[in-house]
Write a protein that binds this ligand. Sequence first.
Ligand code: CA
Length: 278
Amino acid sequence: MKRILVVEDDAAIRNGLEEVLAAEHYQVLIAANGTQALSLGKKENLDVIILDLGLPDINGEDVCQQLRDAGVPTPILMLTSKSQEMDKVMGLEKGADDYMTKPFSVRELVARLRALLRRERGVKKDLEEYAFGAAVVDFKKQEATFAGKPVKLSVREYAVLKYLIMHEGEVVTRDMLLNDVWGYEQFPTTRTVDNYILALRKKLEGKTTAARHILTVHTAGYKFVREKDEGTGEKKEAKAQQEEGSSKGKGKKQRAASGIAGGDKKRSATRKDNTPRS
Ligand code: CA
């Protein structure tokens, strides 16, 4: 699940953003001022930061600059009000990746976030080794294991899996897979895609139903989630993940504890787990 830090002093906008992003299945962290933003921005493993320009203590530009100076590479989407046209240009100079002018449409915001997340992935070097659940996959060597035992995957299965992982947390439609993995020149049916998914689940999750990572999204397609069980939200190297394999539950608890500790220090910095709301 992608983690977004929303930095906004206006409670109405902040709560609105939190609700919208949670509905989009992002995990949302909140900061009401620049000091909290710096603390969370440096400490937390974030995928995107939405940063309001006009903050009560440290302004958004300086927050941005200080995060970059501290080596935080997280994409930053700056929020500005209309009267700050010049400021937003400065914001970009200080290391913001995009900006939006208030009031903004939710749809546009979500589209821009997705673009930033894609860009972030693009910067990452090509996926080589990856671990989830009991599976470890080496895309470079085309080797995979499940529960420590070698598993044989076809070239196409590696390609489908890689595509799903590169779109982690996003709905991947059958058409996306057909276009991007199979290519236009080939004409398999959507049923073919389903069969590949079943094969991957069987090989890498040990079963074809009740998948925990390669999920079916009803009527839409598929979605890969890494953290459903681990709950760490950390982007760890495959090896680290492997070592951790035996203590999944522990990682989850530690994570929760660190969230509470953070909340103590910064009262209004809250963590919301993004469970679907009913
Ligand atoms: Ca503000």
